[in-house]
Ligand binder design. Structure first.
Ligand code: CP
Length: 318
């Protein structure tokens, strides 16, 4: 593996889960692999889990780690080529990226959708510049359209808890006061399809995701019907994808909040969410604190997904 951007980069998905299980059982078995190698983590957006789990994963592999918050302490970056740089952005990303690449062996990048241009977001403009200009392997730590380290951790968590070979997994939209990207749901769909689970997506009308991700998926606009018999409920908010509403909040309808009454429709289903989560908007206190809530083991598995990915990239650098 050179870069880790989509589910396609991980190879055979069953083999990837097996590798992750090995990493989880033997977290320090490969601590020699990263000796004298440096991991650089670049954040254009805030993070708790990704920041800590990716650092922990790299440290477990014996790497040195450098973290840069671009918006705190670095020069403001111009990202458009051809502009006259007389604004408040003194450095161009076209110089900054190769400089960053010269300081490390692997780069992790977090760069969310900016909701100014759907084509810029969906062409992964920032992430692709890192791939093209850094000269180093790039790991997406959540980009504009996907969050593969999260989805890999979600898959590992489902494999650990499933009671049937092919579980029913429901991705449910839930309300949120602010416009959130589609990266987590897009990526979740991509990975659940690759795992060949019985995937159902439920959301209010108007919240259809990019059809290139959801092609072949069952979409159910009746949330309660979707929950019937489910083994896993994956709660998440996202903003509208379709024009002219791209990046907008169309509804904060709290009848879509995931509560105990809806969870009772499932087959003793587990609740999942990538976190951070707005309690009593997305999910009630009762559900997230229940014995069937997997949010903490799911977050813990972020170390496992990151370590499995970094290990594969390091093996390719040997
Ligand atoms: N789930 C996730 O990526 O969390 P952070 O935004 O805190 O990294």
């Amino acid at each position: 593996m050179r870069n880790f951007i989509t589910v396609n980069d991980i190879g055979d998905i069953k083999e990837a889960v097996r590798k992750a299980q090995y990493v989880k059982a033997n977290p320090f078995a490969d601590s020699h692999l990263g000796k004298n190698k440096t991991m650089l983590l670049i954040f254009f957006n805030s993070s708790l889990r990704t920041r800590l789990s990716t650092q922990k994963a790299a440290l477990n592999l014996g790497m040195n780690v450098i973290v840069l918050d671009v918006n705190q302490g670095a020069w403001k970056l111009e990202t458009e080529r051809g502009v006259i740089m007389d604004s408040d952005k003194p450095e161009h990303i076209l110089e900054a990226i190769p400089v960053m690449g010269s300081y490390c062996d692997i780069i992790g990048v977090r760069s969310f959708a900016q909701f100014q241009s759907k084509s810029d977001d969906y062409s992964e403009k920032i992430l692709n510049q890192f791939i093209q200009l850094s000269g180093k392997p790039v790991i997406s730590m959540e980009a504009a359209t996907r969050h593969p380290l999260q989805s890999f951790a979600d898959l590992i968590t489902i494999e650990e808890h499933k009671r049937v070979e092919r579980p029913k997994v429901v991705l449910s939209w839930a309300p949120h006061p602010k416009a959130l990207p589609q990266a987590v749901p897009n990526s979740f769909v991509e990975w659940m399809k690759a795992a060949d689970y019985d995937l159902v997506i439920t959301h209010p009308e108007g919240y259809e995701l990019d059809p290139s991700f959801t092609e072949g998926c069952r979409i159910e606009y009746d949330q309660k019907k979707a929950f019937e018999g489910a083994h896993f409920i994956y709660g998440k908010n996202w903003s509208a994808f379709n024009d002219p509403n791209y990046g907008k909040v169309l509804s904060t309808d709290r009848s879509w909040t995931i509560d105990s009454e809806k969870m009772a429709l499932t087959d003793n289903g587990f609740f999942m969410h990538c976190l951070p989560v707005r309690r009593n908007m997305i999910v009630t206190d009762e559900v997230i604190e229940s014995a069937n809530s997997l949010v903490i083991p799911e977050a813990a598995n972020r170390v496992v997904s990151a370590q499995t990915v970094i290990k594969e990239i390091l093996l390719g650098l040997q």
